[in-house]
Write a protein that binds this ligand. Structure first.
Ligand SMILES: *[C@@H]1O[C@H](CO)[C@@H](O)[C@H](O)[C@H]1NC(C)=O
Ligand SMILES: *[C@@H]1O[C@H](CO)[C@@H](O)[C@H](O)[C@H]1NC(C)=O
Ligand SMILES: *[C@@H]1O[C@H](CO)[C@@H](O)[C@H](O)[C@H]1NC(C)=O
Ligand SMILES: *[C@@H]1O[C@H](CO)[C@@H](O)[C@H](O)[C@H]1NC(C)=O
Ligand SMILES: *[C@@H]1O[C@H](CO)[C@@H](O)[C@H](O)[C@H]1NC(C)=O
Ligand SMILES: *[C@@H]1O[C@H](CO)[C@@H](O)[C@H](O)[C@H]1NC(C)=O
Length: 319
């Protein structure tokens, strides 16, 4: 009688099943690879999540009963399916081989599977471990972040995979581009402007290509004027004063002559600021333009200024 035929008679069926179970897995007999030669199950089976796993058990014609178990749960007994999982199918039940297949393997399928056979009234078992691999995957990573210079920053990169992936951080914009952390967390105390830029998190296991993601760290700092040179110009010619400041966020510029702020477009001057550079242009320099100018660079973290002299120079034709 097949197990399937029992379904209409639950009570009696249970008893029958229990008896069968006792044949196959007698109480007190630990489930382990007892007989080294027989039954012969394969070595451990390693598959990736989503793939199929085939569990094979070699038998011979002395064998009277066969079953495959997941831990202590019977999946198949002979040709009878006990598992309600439709991913589990029987592949072969012949005089030499008894195999089942698990489709679309998932991580919770990992564990010991037992081939149980009965030969000449002696139950024997053989165990195989199903090992499920999962490619590395970054599941949670810090967002791009903006901080002020001197503050402390912690970047986080959480990854999943089987085997558990190794997580590392690298500073891409940094000199040498070496690893800055061999850990899921990257802590930077007292961050400097040189430590701004892109940080790359890699999650690596040997199942598939690493999962790599980037986080951008922006470090704010107050303006610093890097270039402001005194400049000569001759009367009637064009004169240009330049002021260069580095700052994050980018600086805004103002120009003063003594205490008077200069306005764009008035009195024959033009002020143009783009990125780090601001220029003050005199379209037609006259004597009164000569003097001491101040360039002020400001962002939300502070301001700084530099003095630039526009001085007279003899016209080219007089030199
Ligand atoms: C094996 O047993 C585990 C634990 O009970 C279960 O989560 C998993 O679905 C089972 N897998 C198969 C293929 O029966
Ligand atoms: C099979 O896998 C189990 C569990 O991971 C392990 O203990 C055992 O040593 C493995 N056996 C072989 C032959 O690799
Ligand atoms: C990522 O981690 C942070 C901090 O632990 C948590 O607040 C957030 O909810 C997590 N996001 C996701 C999508 O799991
Ligand atoms: C520059 O200014 C002087 C005096 O105001 C004027 O004579 C001259 O034509 C101007 N030159 C130009 C190019 O505008
Ligand atoms: C220009 O003015 C600044 C302050 O307004 C002053 O410190 C500096 O000495 C002046 N430069 C000259 C050459 O007079
Ligand atoms: C330039 O900087 C000095 C020193 O920080 C400050 O005293 C002065 O007021 C500044 N000048 C302007 C025009 O902002």
């Amino acid at each position: 009688m097949g197990v399937g035929g029992c379904l209409a008679l639950p009570w009696r069926c249970l008893v029958v099943l229990c008896l069968r179970l006792l044949f196959l897995v007698p109480a007190g007999v630990p489930v382990r690879s007892g007989d080294a030669t027989f039954p012969k199950a394969m070595d451990n089976v390693t598959v990736r999540q989503g793939e199929s796993a085939t569990l094979r058990c070699t038998v011979d014609d002395r064998v009277t009963r066969v079953a495959w178990l997941n831990r202590s749960t019977i999946l198949y007994a002979g040709n009878d399916k006990w598992s309600i999982d439709n991913r589990v199918v029987i592949l072969s039940n012949t005089k030499t081989q008894y195999s089942i297949k698990i489709h679309n393997v998932d991580v919770y399928d990992e564990g010991p599977y037992t081939c149980s056979v009965q030969t000449d009234n002696h139950p024997k078992t053989s165990r195989v471990h199903l090992i499920v691999q999962v490619p590395p995957q970054i599941v949670n990573i810090s967002s791009d972040i903006t901080v002020n210079e001197g503050s402390s920053v912690t970047l986080m990169c959480l990854a999943f995979g089987r085997p558990e992936p190794t997580v590392t951080w690298r500073h891409l914009s940094g000199k040498g581009q070496g690893f800055v952390s061999e850990d899921e967390y990257l802590e930077i105390t007292g961050i400097t402007r040189e430590q701004s830029g892109e940080y790359e998190c890699s999650a690596v296991n040997d199942v598939a290509v690493p999962d790599v993601r980037k986080v951008k760290v922006t470090v704010n700092y107050p303006p610093y004027i890097s270039n402001a040179k005194n400049t000569g110009a001759s009367v009637g010619q064009k004169g240009i004063l330049q002021c260069e400041a580095s700052a994050v966020p980018v600086a805004e510029f103002q120009w003063f002559k003594e205490d008077t702020r200069l306005a764009n477009g008035l009195e024959g001057v033009r002020i143009e600021s783009k990125g780090r550079l601001s220029t003050l242009t005199f379209f037609n320099v006259s004597e009164k333009d000569y003097g001491n100018y101040t360039c002020v660079a400001t962002n939300k973290l502070g301001n700084t200024n530099a003095s630039i002299i526009l001085y007279g120079r003899c016209p080219v034709y007089l030199q």
